[in-house]
Design a protein around this ligand. Structure first.
Ligand code: ADP
Ligand code: MG
Length: 250
């Protein structure tokens, strides 16, 4: 069986600064994989290389065994690769339900044509409501997205992403910036993601990482210095020295 996502020998430099050096990583279907590493080690850059927001200098990105390295971001989304949107990409003036309906329409690549039909189509509306229920924000369905508390807006982002029906989901610090009283909402939503989706999460709360992930890769200065089970990573002296012993990391 092909990996859901496979990165082979990715290299990327910003000028003289190497931010990805021969990075390889594979996620099986349904994987729960965490990418950890000190602030500035290249985690977000790696996500950008996977989604196509950045082009690598060399190396390959494969989705379901197919080379997607030269595809646009939008085409990768349609092939089943999604990341959480930033909040400023939410349509703040639309309701929560409208945002999710748009995502479901976007999946087919004809959002503008389907939009009117989708908003009337009860099957699509049913799918959107089911997603909102799954994330426990169905009470917000008819509220204006931009007026919701920040944590709820982040849940709307996750609902939108799930509306794209991804096979691989990239989560870059999904609880960042959320008041701690609300962060459990996000962590519960992530814990309840369907097994059909392979998840790569970047997270600096090690309690979250060790609870969620089955595999962990440690990125240091653009290089994967270690990959292993949570037990192996926790016991690794070198990892502890560069990362786990530190108080705060990004
Ligand atoms: N567009 C860019 N141009 C130049 N340097 C960048 C750019 N984006 C990130 N960097 C640098 O690349 C390194 C890795 O950044 P990043 O991938 O954001 O790290 P992380 O997410 O692990 O904190 C940092 O030194 C950062 O300053
Ligand atoms: Mg980052």
């Amino acid at each position: 069986m092909s990996a859901a996502l496979e990165i082979r020998g990715l290299n990327k430099s910003f000028g003289a600064l190497p931010v990805a050096s021969d990075v390889s990583l594979a996620l099986e279907p349904g994987a729960r994989h965490a990418l950890i590493g000190p602030n500035g080690s290249g985690k977000t850059t790696l996500v950008n290389l996977i989604t196509g927001a950045l082009a690598p200098d060399s190396g390959k990105v494969m989705l379901n065994g197919r080379d997607i390295t030269s595809l646009s971001q939008a085409r990768r989304v349609r092939r089943g690769l999604a990341r959480t949107f930033q909040i400023n990409q939410l349509f703040a003036g639309l309701t929560v339900l409208e945002n999710v309906l748009l995502a479901i329409a976007e999946r087919s690549g004809t959002a503008h044509k389907l939009w009117r039909r989708a908003s009337r189509d009860s099957a699509v509306t049913g799918e959107a409501y089911a997603l909102l229920e799954q994330l426990r924000i169905h009470d917000d369905a008819l509220k204006v997205t931009g007026e919701l508390p920040y944590g709820h807006q982040r849940l709307v982002e996750i609902a939108i992403t799930l509306g794209l029906d991804p096979k691989v989901l990239l989560l870059d610090e999904p609880a960042a910036g959320i008041p701690s009283a609300e962060s459990h909402l996000i962590l519960d939503a992530i814990a309840a993601l369907p097994d059909s989706i392979a998840v790569l999460i970047i997270e600096h709360d090690m309690d979250v990482v060790f609870r969620f992930a089955h595999r962990i890769s440690v990125l240091v200065s653009g290089t994967i210095m270690r990959e292993g089970s949570p037990g192996e990573i926790a016991a690794d002296e070198e990892v502890r020295a560069v990362y786990l012993g530190e108080e705060r990391n990004g």
